[in-house]
Design a protein around this ligand. Structure first.
Ligand SMILES: [Zn+2]
Length: 184
């Protein structure tokens, strides 16, 4: 695209569009939070997703089938998905998370996402809420990515290791997943 002149009149427009989008996403996330399922159930759904991922990985289901069932699981969880770091960060801020904490969370997921994208796998940021047994709302930020498929199992394992180990500070979940990979 060739730009002959810089038209600054669109700056406000772009900001407005971004704000509108974040507002829409925030509303969606707040509605999902109100309908949050018990934490135990959300954990079971995450486990179901992990098992599904393993099936796709092993080739017992196709990547298309994986996508279809994955969507059902995330819908059941009430997940809100976004494509960019800025949207994800703004969404966390809109949920009342402090700027420092939001930056930490978004940066962590961003490290995973960027690594996946670098390798050529599609990736997104996602948020789910659950309600603990004492009634507290719990936020689960995570990223979702395309299952790497192929015949070279060693290469796939390497790809997974790269994506999971991308952030500087790994989560408990990341550490568990890396351990599982080593045991394969
Ligand atoms: Zn992580």
């Amino acid at each position: 695209m060739r730009l002959d002149r810089i038209d600054t009149s669109n700056i406000g427009n772009a900001q407005e569009k971004f704000d509108e989008k974040v507002k829409g996403l925030t509303l969606q996330v707040l509605q999902q939070a109100q309908a949050a399922k018990p934490t135990r159930q959300i954990r079971m759904l995450f486990q179901e997703h992990d098992d599904l991922y393993k099936q796709a990985h092993a080739g017992t289901i196709t990547p298309q089938e994986f996508k279809k069932v994955e969507k059902l699981i995330f819908d059941e969880m009430g997940a809100t998905k976004v494509h960019t770091f800025s949207e994800f960060f703004m969404l966390l801020i809109a949920l009342g998370i402090s700027e420092d904490a939001a930056r930490g969370m978004a940066t962590h997921e961003n490290d995973h996402v960027q690594k996946a994208l670098q390798i050529g796998l599609d990736a997104e940021y996602a948020l789910v809420h659950s309600r603990s047994s004492d009634g507290k709302l719990i936020l689960h930020p995570f990223m979702m990515w395309e299952v790497p498929v192929g015949h070279d199992q060693a290469l796939i394992r390497k790809v997974e290791e790269l994506v999971i180990s991308a952030p500087e500070n790994l989560s408990k979940d990341d550490i568990n997943k890396l351990r599982e990979l080593k045991e394969k």
